[in-house]
Ligand binder design. Structure first.
Ligand SMILES: [Zn+2]
Ligand SMILES: [Zn+2]
Length: 395
């Protein structure tokens, strides 16, 4: 089986069915860890394709297996299935029917194209040896994420022997193109919760109070040293605070201020050191000013590193399938993704599927209420995944 044209024509033939699947998922989004109906629907779809080897995983996820004509290697293809707490603003016939919940990260498209890929692989299973595992993973959008549970429950997934391949839609890449990056690709993500305590009182009598608003101001500015002075300039780092609540008044200094933010980087050792340094910096600075600061850290996903050998192979296969002009080299990206857990334990590759189309006004970003995709990307995503899986099993 070394002919991508057969896969392309099957993808074209079957695509309309999976556009309908994607629209069903889009209309019926479910939040992370609550994907019960989505899981049941996906299971129904897999069964209707004739797949019998389907296991439940991570409560609301599925792991299906397609075997080729004889024993051989195994490759795992992963889609995520959850939606986001966003109210959809698209004026489309298949808009979300669920108030305040939306597939704004394209996980509906990932699932539909993985199903299309499954249908193609089933049709070709006489032509390849080995097994393809299809993982429909829940809860990508909410830390601690679903990937960790999958790896705990299916230990062989974390043994480091099975190549893992995932794709994610990107509206800033035109439909028809895909993007790859070898090595470190996406950032680790930690959530920071700071409580700065002082002693509130009348704003006109600063000598009688310890002002947590002023301490907070110093902390926010000083903490940027982490990125500008302490980090190796060659290691990307981001520290952002998006929420600062000082619930006083014009003439009232509050007792405490709360701050929330995120720290992201592309190096696990630096990540650990940076969080320790941040802790020391915020606590000692608050103490020096007469107050105190508590830092709570919700440790999120690690950074995502694409295996160099696997990524280089997949890039070559993708060029065969789409033409070299349609395979882009990507920059590092400071977004986080729980596929990163698989990449820490296995040879893995997470690549980007173009879904943008400026002529059709499809260019809204991921996680926005007007996010949408050019649905012709499903045919490309489903067919390409099948091709990459078969080539990886043969290679
Ligand atoms: Zn997302
Ligand atoms: Zn996503």
């Amino acid at each position: 089986m070394d002919d991508y044209r057969k896969i392309k024509s099957l993808a074209t033939q079957y695509a309309p069915e999976f556009v309908a699947v994607r629209r069903h998922l889009h209309e019926n989004p479910e939040l992370s860890f609550q994907e019960y109906n989505t899981c049941a629907y996906l299971k129904e779809q897999l069964m209707s394709l004739g797949i019998t080897d389907i296991e439940s995983v991570a409560e609301t996820g599925l792991l299906a297996t397609i075997n080729g004509n004889k024993k051989g290697k195994t490759v795992l293809l992963r889609s995520d299935i959850d939606a986001l707490p966003i109210q959809e603003q698209n004026d489309i016939a298949y808009a979300s029917k669920k108030e305040g919940v939306m597939h704004a990260c394209g996980h509906d498209a990932h699932s539909a194209s993985l199903l299309l890929c499954a249908k193609i692989l089933l049709e070709l299973k006489g032509d390849f040896s080995g097994s393809v595992k299809l993982l429909f993973q829940p809860a990508e959008e909410l830390s601690p994420g679903g990937a960790i549970s999958v790896m705990k429950e299916k230990a062989y997934i974390a043994l480091g022997t099975i190549p893992h391949v995932g794709q994610h839609v990107r509206p800033d890449i035109p439909v028809g193109k895909v993007g790859f990056r070898s090595g470190k690709f996406m950032a680790s993500m930690d959530e920071l919760f700071l409580t700065v305590k002082g002693k509130g009182g009348h704003a006109a009598m600063p000598e009688k109070i310890i002002d947590p608003v002023l301490i907070t101001s110093h902390i926010i500015v000083a903490a940027q040293q982490l990125v500008s002075r302490m980090a190796d300039p060659k290691t990307p780092s981001v520290l952002s605070f998006g929420k600062v609540i000082a619930n006083g008044a014009i003439n009232v200094i509050p007792d405490e201020v709360s701050i929330e933010g995120t720290f992201r980087t592309l190096d696990e050792e630096w990540r650990k050191i940076a969080l320790e340094k941040l802790h020391k910096l915020v606590t000692t600075m608050a103490e020096a000013m007469g107050g105190s600061c508590e830092l709570k850290i919700n440790h999120g996903y690690p950074h995502l590193k694409n295996d160099t050998a696997l990524t280089e192979d997949l890039r070559i296969y993708a060029k065969d399938y789409l033409g070299s002009e349609n395979v882009e080299e990507l920059d590092q990206w400071m977004a986080a993704e729980d596929f990163a857990y698989y990449t820490q334990a296995n040879p893995a590759c997470f690549y980007m599927l173009g879904v943008g189309n400026v002529d059709k006004n499809i260019e809204s970003g991921l996680h926005t209420p007007t996010f949408n995709i050019d649905e012709s990307a499903l045919e490309i995503g489903g067919g390409l995944m099948a091709w990459l899986a078969i080539k990886t099993l043969l290679g």
